[in-house]
Structures are given as C-alpha cells and as structure tokens.
Design a binder for this molecule. Sequence first.
Ligand SMILES: C[S@@+](CC[C@H](N)C(=O)[O-])C[C@H]1O[C@@H](n2cnc3c(N)ncnc32)[C@H](O)[C@@H]1O
Length: 207
Amino acid sequence: MTEEPQQHWDRVYSDKAPSEVSWFQSEPRPSLTALARFDVPHTTPFVDIGGGASNLVDALLACGWSDVTVVDIAAPALAAAQARLGEAAAGVFWEAADITRWNPPRRYRVWHDRAVFHFLTEPEQRGAYRRALLEGTAPDALVIIATFAPDGPEKCSDLPVQRHDAASLAAALGSEFTLLDDWREEHLTPWGAAQKFIWCVFRRDSD
Ligand SMILES: C[S@@+](CC[C@H](N)C(=O)[O-])C[C@H]1O[C@@H](n2cnc3c(N)ncnc32)[C@H](O)[C@@H]1O
C-alpha cells in the first residue's frame, strides 16, 4: 500500500536521527549566506517551510532573530528540533502542517524553503503551495527557495522530485514575485555524495 506523505515523513524522522538523513547540514551555511545577501532586520517575521529538524532555527535564534516559525508535515521532526533547543523552543512558533493544505495564520516577511518544493511533483500541489505562499507573505517579503537543480538527484528520501531552474521556479510562483538572485550550490550528504541545488530569492511585489 502506498504511504501518504505524512506517514512517510513521520516514519523517516522516527527511524533516523537528524544527522543520518541526506539533507543534514552541521551548519545551515547556505541559508545564512542567502540571508546575508539581503539586509533584513532580525525582528522580521520568518517562516521556515518544511524546516524539519534542521538547525536553521538554532542559528537564527543565535543571530538574534526574534519571530521565527517552523512548519513541517512531520510532527516527529519538530519534536526533535524542540528537544534539541530545550527552553529556547518556547520562543519559536511550531506548526505541524502540510504546506499544500496550510492556512498561514499571518503574513511573513521572509519565507524560506530548503528542499521541500521539489517534492511537489504535480501541478496541483505546486498550485496549492502558491496559494499558501500568497496567503502567507506580505508585499516586499523575501522568498528564498532551494531545490534540486536540473542536474541534481532524481529522488530524495526514496521519493521522486521535480528538479528546477530559476525560470521554472519563477513560473511556478507566479507574476506577484520577482526573481532577485539565483545561484547554484553543491550539498554533500553525510556519506559524501554531491547533490546539486539551485537557490533562488524572490521579492513579493504586489497583492
Ligand atoms: C529534505 S527535507 C529538508 C528539511 C529542512 N528544510 C532542511 O533543510 O534540513 C524535506 C522536509 O520537508 C518536509 N515536508 C515534505 N513534504 C511536506 C509538505 N507537503 N508540507 C510540509 N512539509 C513537508 C519533510 O517532513 C522534511 O522535513
């Protein structure tokens, strides 16, 4: 029987330690590099879409970011991040939700997604993501999205992915978003395999 996405991700995070998954980074350097290219006040509402058990939230808190939300379909991933953060977890907003069904409670000024959008292989799923993005971002918001590049892996976590370049990501997000910058990055998995990523930063122009 085919697993639903939530069952898949719950199982992944229940079976493996955060450092045993291909997307693990000891430091979220590419995300911090992306943020450093733009002058964003650290009081700005920030949402990490599909943040999982990533230590980006730890790094943001350490840099003084004061309004951070982490959304992920897998509650066990959020629990792992909360356990690692200890008392500091109380200063973060946590949402266990599927991004394609999520109703954002507010409008964020930074939307960050590392390695989530590429799991949306159907146009309907990407359309549902766009709906959440439109509901969940304010005009002038920065949208930082990293996906597997056209020469990146065809699968992740045993799931098929849709690889992207800047043009296909821009088309998927729609005319309300202007591409500000894009660059390539090579991620090394914990076992040393190279994965090609594309990073894109958009600005939301209008309602
Ligand atoms: C490859 S991992 C990346 C995790 C994290 N962004 C990072 O860089 O370490 C993909 C993450 O997306 C989450 N995810 C997958 N599909 C999702 C969806 N439809 N809605 C929300 N989260 C999802 C998974 O649970 C997982 O944590």
